[in-house]
Design a protein around this ligand. Structure first.
Ligand code: GCV
Length: 714
């Protein structure tokens, strides 16, 4: 037994060492530890943490031990003794009774299955939890405290996730094309799996475990049934095996028509006994080789995907059939609420709510309904989806998009934390003041028994994982907010910067300023004041507010901005589509009154005359111009601030980000000029004086084509 464990330890150690060697160039991930560069603190760390002792043995604890040893060794710049005992000065970690007893005043029941406590007990630092996974999370957190140079003795940390299922959604096709991916092809190499385990799978698991992500949906929601066939399942099982000790479960997308496509049935009707039996057999086959398989994610009856409505059944019928299939094995179903049809002449904003609200209470208890943060589709700024708070009997999970489909794709520096926070902190008022979206999804508002949050991944096989070096911050942020949605955007930025760029004050301050300025800047140069869905068709790259010929009305930008000579914006009040009626009365009233509606959402809800006086005293047209120009100016400032970091950040990322910021300035200017030239035709007003004039014509922008834009060739 001991020798088996030693072999496992050695091979894990080897893999981790391998990782450290490889990380010579800046793949940048937060698990790439560096030596503490503050000499006084380094001495304190060396004195406080000379030995480690992890009580017990399991694959997860072995990983925790190796991670702690390797991480500390790099942070301290000296070897770490792993032969510590209960008597030692240093770190003692473990989930068992013996370690818990070192913290007699601690209430371990509160920590749940994944929480941990880090507390000084005499001259020992104790990391304890109820489970091995909790220890692993505690170890990663401890390493984060050191990487961010927290003083010793460390303040006590007690932490457990506020949300149970914290899941990345990969929109990865089996041919490795990543839908809306801007960082290379899929990291899942279906050709070499299951026999070849790419180091990336291990690095991926480490990076995710370090931020508390505990699930991954490997495949695109625009699903391919083939992944449910035996050869693919064996490949999936190989990935599951890598991820298991890191506390990460795998999930797959289930194509609703799979019983026909790979099962040879004539129908996929969820009420058909053969179809139900087919899914049950399929679930059993999956669980036979992946005993901790998480379950299915389903996009049904949306954008051409098949679903229960093909058979005149409801979304609940479809979800429940799959839920019954995985229930005996402890699996769950995440059923997406992203549905809209242009066959109903109804405001797209309202459709998900209309479809799902009446089904509240009809889903099995292992179903989560997965709702995008806003009512349309991951636009730069959306009000919260009115479904949040409206389905008290159905656990709703949040779907954020980490990949930047509508947010500058692979070339714009954008820190998404403020956008995520804005959605989480929005007050639905469904149970009075303070009924925030965060409280809906963490289950505390309606006492959901199951809770979840998903992020559409921005990960690909690029050397730095996310294409844009700052894309990593968004992956990191998603994980940290999924664990604790109360963390602030600033706190998360600071953590990420220190782990990615080091603790140098000038660097931290400048990069933080850049990150925090990036979201308001992007909204301003793309879609200020509540404009939405005005991007190019299909690839969604760049501005195209003039498009009116897309395959369906609700794919046309003109459908959303409704600009005319009177004004601009979508009237969703009672005199318009009345979408506002889907919110609680307090929210509806706030948004319905043009004088109280937050200007950030104004054009989401009102068709506003061009001469309308804004709070600044400017007219709407002047304000629009002001915001577009402010957005571009802000990016120019960001670029300048980045230049100030020459020599302070590594040359590789310095030059990558510099080139990307040049592109971003160009593209922000393109957004501004194309949009203002176009909208100016309706406002019939010139640019206010003092603004630099666009150097191109509207016709020039309208004839641009983008054969190379990602998303063109799916
Ligand atoms: C996976 C948008 C995107 C699609 C995506 C869809 C979805 O429409 O453009 O690429 O499909 O959302 O979330 O299902």
């Amino acid at each position: 037994m001991i020798s088996v464990m030693k072999t496992t330890c050695c091979s894990i150690l080897f893999l981790v060492l391998f990782h450290f060697c490889r990380a010579g160039h800046h793949d940048g991930l937060w698990i790439r530890y560096t030596k503490t560069d503050n000499p006084a603190l380094l001495q304190q760390y060396r004195r406080a943490f000379p030995v480690i002792h992890i009580q017990g043995g399991s694959p997860t604890l072995d990983l925790a031990r190796t991670e702690l040893q390797q991480g500390l060794r790099t942070i301290l710049g000296q070897p770490v003794d792993t032969a510590g005992s209960f008597m030692s000065i240093g770190i003692i970690a473990g989930a068992g009774k013996q370690v818990q007893e070192l913290l007699p005043s601690e209430d371990f029941t509160q920590l749940g299955k994944e929480g941990f406590v880090i507390r000084q007990a005499g001259n020992r630092l104790v990391i304890s939890a109820n489970t091995d996974a909790g220890i692993l999370y505690g170890v990663y957190h401890f390493l984060r405290l050191l990487q961010t140079q927290q003083p010793v003795p460390l303040a006590t940390v007690k932490s457990s996730p506020k949300i149970q299922h914290r899941i990345l959604n990969h929109w990865d096709n089996l041919n490795r094309y990543v839908e809306r991916g801007y960082s290379g092809i899929s990291i899942w190499n279906w050709h070499t799996l299951p026999d070849y385990i790419d180091q990336r799978y291990i690095d991926y698991a480490r990076a995710n475990a370090a931020i508390g992500i505990n699930g991954t949906v490997l495949t695109n929601v625009n699903a391919n049934a083939l992944v449910l066939t035996r050869p693919y399942l064996e490949k999936v099982a190989a990935l599951a095996k890598v991820f298991r000790p890191y506390g990460i479960r795998v999930y797959l997308t289930a194509r609703f028509s799979a019983p026909i496509e790979i099962g040879g049935l004539k129908t996929a009707d969820p009420l058909d006994a053969d179809v139900q039996a087919w899914w049950k057999t399929k679930a059993k086959e999956i669980y036979d080789i992946i005993p901790d398989f998480g379950g299915f994610l389903v996009k049904a009856n949306s954008e051409g995907q098949p679903g229960p409505q093909n058979y005149k059944r409801t979304h609940a019928d479809g979800a429940n059939m799959l839920a019954d299939a995985v229930a005996p094995f402890g699996g769950i179903v995440m059923w997406r609420a992203f549905v809209y049809t242009n066959e109903t002449p109804e405001d797209r904003f309202k459709q998900a709510y209309n479809e799902f609200k009446p089904l509240d209470g009809q889903f099995r208890n292992n179903v989560l309904v997965q709702v995008k943060n806003g009512p349309i589709d991951f636009q730069p700024r959306e009000p919260f989806s009115p479904l949040f708070g409206a389905m008290p009997k159905t656990p709703l999970m949040m779907e954020f998009q980490v990949t930047q489909e509508y947010l500058g794709q692979g070339t714009h520096l954008l820190y998404e934390a403020q956008m995520f926070k804005e959605a989480l902190e929005a007050d639905t008022w469904q149970k009075g003041k303070g009924s925030t979206v965060a409280r809906v999804i963490d289950g505390s508002l309606h006492q959901y028994k199951m809770t979840g949050i998903a992020g559409v991944a921005n990960i690909g096989n690029d050397a730095n994982w996310t294409g844009h070096p700052f894309g990593q911050a968004n992956w990191y942020t998603f994980g940290r907010l999924a664990w604790d949605h109360e963390l602030s955007a600033t706190a998360i930025a600071d953590e990420w910067i220190k782990q990615s760029f080091g603790n140098h004050k000038t660097t931290v301050n400048a990069v933080r300023n850049i990150m925090l300025a990036s979201y308001p800047a992007l909204v301003n140069y793309m879609t200020p004041l509540g404009l939405h869905h005005i991007m190019g068709t299909g690839h969604h790259y760049g501005p195209a507010p003039w498009v009116s010929n897309a395959g369906r009305a609700d794919w046309n930008p003109v459908y959303y901005h409704q600009a005319d000579t009177v004004g601009i914006g979508f009237n969703r009040t009672a005199t318009g589509s009345n979408a506002l009626a889907q919110y609680a009365p307090q929210v509806r009233q706030l948004y319905e009154n043009i004088n109280t509606c937050p200007e950030a959402y104004l054009l989401w809800f009102h068709h506003v005359p061009w001469q309308h006086k804004m709070r600044s005293g400017r007219t709407l047209w002047e304000e629009l111009c002001h915001d577009y120009y402010a957005g571009v100016d802000a990016v120019k400032t960001i670029r300048q601030q980045w230049q100030g970091l020459k020599g302070l950040v590594d040359e590789e990322r310095f030059s990558q980000v510099s080139m990307l910021l040049d592109i971003q300035v160009k593209e922000a200017t393109w957004w501004r000029d194309a949009c203002l030239l176009y909208f100016g035709q309706f406002s019939r007003r010139p640019l206010p004086t003092g603004y630099e004039q666009p150097d191109k014509t509207l016709e020039y922008y309208q004839q641009l084509r983008f054969p190379y834009a990602p998303g063109n060739g799916q």
